[in-house]
Design a protein around this ligand. Structure first.
Ligand code: ADE
Ligand code: ZN
Length: 350
């Protein structure tokens, strides 16, 4: 059953925040290393006898001021150095899952960057085993469903990506998709065309960060050369009407991250965020947190702060949340279940 749009108009502004909190949600764009809260980072640093470059949690948090993506990535890779053991990967993942479970996130699709750990000497098995242990526990204990996405670092070489894919081969039952992230400018999707062709041969789903800082041409390349199943961010697609038409006609999912866009100065203020324009253009946009520990908010904070800044109405909120369920890679039965829950919550508010 799908609720008619007219019923949404009965949901008043004062109920929008409770509505956001109550809706069952799916998160499709989350880097597990970006959920590393300073408190946990300090705890694990102590456990592993690692000295951080900052004296305190407060000093570290104060450093979270970024002019662009690269300034953030420099700290993000530094933060990862603390992760050493399977238990560390488990603790990191479990902390994220516990947090979003309390926000009614019911399905997650999590990126991790194996190369950021392999190059520090942490083997593939240590990383993936710890992450999967937490995901499986959350599935059995909290009813969370999940997909794990292995992301290639685009500032590294094609050869390094191929080597990483080789390391992933024993775990392909557990890896649902591959992605492309890190420094976008100067590292176009075409650099990885052959890697992604190999991934498609292995029946992996494909996504890529594109149009976050990079030009619309990088989004075209992700579509035509990598043959992506979805686009991460995609903000700059709006600069190219033919691209907007292509994305709208194909109902390509965009995993948009408002607080990330604000913190990385992709938008100057949240009131100018392109989500309303994306919805008006018929794009299948979803809301996600990207790197919540660094950008100041998880799923609910992204939706709430965006709602406050651009004045999203109930219909827009419900569309965004519905898009994340229908646009996810969850099993069809799971999508039906989550959509039924969503309709139930909406009817309680209507
Ligand atoms: N890695 C982690 N977060 C990222 C982002 N927002 N863009 C590119 N690479 C990332
Ligand atoms: Zn991202």
């Amino acid at each position: 059953m799908t609720i008619a749009a007219s019923t949404y108009t009965s949901i008043t502004t004062k109920h929008l925040i409770p509505l956001i909190k109550a809706l069952p949600k799916a998160e499709l764009h989350l880097h597990i290393e970006g959920s590393f809260e300073p408190e946990l980072m300090f705890k694990l640093a102590q456990r592993n006898n690692i000295t951080l470059s900052y004296d305190s949690v407060e000093a570290l948090k104060e450093a979270y001021q970024f002019n662009n993506l690269q300034e953030f990535l420099d700290l993000y890779y530094q933060g990862m150095n603390v992760l050493q053991t399977q238990q560390d990967y488990y603790d990191l993942t479990r902390a994220y899952l516990d947090k979003v479970h309390r926000q009614n996130v019911r399905h997650v699709e999590i990126f991790w960057d194996p190369q950021g750990h392999l190059e520090r000497g942490i083997d593939f098995a240590t990383q993936i085993t710890g992450i999967l242990q937490a995901l499986k526990e959350a599935r059995s204990q909290q009813g969370m469903s999940y997909r794990l996405i292995m992301s290639f670092l685009r500032h590294l070489s094609e050869e390094s990506a191929f080597e990483t894919l080789e390391q992933a081969k024993p775990y392909l039952d557990e890896i649902y998709a591959v992605g492309l992230d890190s420094s976008e400018q100067g590292h176009p999707p075409e650099k990885f065309e052959r890697v992604f062709a190999a991934c498609r041969e292995l029946d992996l789903k494909i996504t890529a960060h594109a149009g976050e800082e990079g030009p619309p041409d990088y989004v075209w390349q992700a579509l035509d050369l990598l043959q992506v199943d979805r686009i991460d961010h995609g903000n700059r697609s709006l600069e190219d009407p033919a691209l907007v038409k292509r994305l709208a006609d194909s109902q390509m999912v965009l995993t948009v991250c408002p607080l990330s866009n604000l913190k990385l100065q992709v938008v100057k203020d949240l009131g100018q965020h392109p989500i309303p324009a994306m919805l008006t253009a018929g794009l299948k946009a979803t809301i996600n947190s990207d790197d919540p520990a660094y950008f100041g908010g998880y799923m609910d904070e992204n939706l709430i702060q965006l709602q406050q800044a651009v004045g999203l109405n109930a219909e827009q909120i419900i569309t965004l949340v519905r898009n994340s369920i229908t646009g996810s890679w969850a099993e069809e039965e799971r999508k039906v279940e989550l959509l039924a829950e969503l309709d139930k919550v909406v009817s309680q508010f209507s």
